[in-house]
Design a protein around this ligand. Structure first.
Ligand code: FES
Length: 121
């Protein structure tokens, strides 16, 4: 199975976040991509505090200084680069990362032993 194109890199706002839907291990999965400059990371859109999505409204995320993502519910702050929660009620927890990479101006989900099946951008 080939890797799967998630979106164009420039669809992810610089210093911001973009919500995406994909199928992982046969199950629908809400994802979030964060970008700062040419760097991008993808995580599951699920706060480790209450296991609910991080957005205020579907697709609306709060980011801070091109490096932090804030959960809409109780203000947990997560680092863009590794998903660590550095402040808030789940400090010390971490967002679930999803293997992704950029190539030819696009963001791709890396196939993990056939686990990633398709994406709904
Ligand atoms: S659900 Fe995210 S901080 Fe509480």
């Amino acid at each position: 199975m080939a890797d799967i194109q998630l979106c164009a890199l420039d669809q992810v706002p610089n210093g911001g976040a973009l919500g995406l839907e994909a199928t992982l291990q046969g199950q629908p999965a809400a994802l979030i991509a964060v970008r700062w400059g040419e760097q991008v990371r993808v995580y599951r859109n699920r706060c480790p505090h209450f296991s609910i999505p991080l957005d205020y409204q579907p697709g609306l995320f709060c980011t801070y200084r091109n490096q932090l993502l804030m959960c809409a519910h109780h203000g947990a702050m997560f680092r863009f680069d590794n998903g660590d929660c550095i402040d808030g009620p789940c400090e010390g927890a971490r967002l679930d990362s999803v293997r992704a990479y950029q190539q030819d101006g696009s963001l791709w989900l890396a196939e993990i032993q056939g686990a990633n099946e398709k994406v709904h951008a």
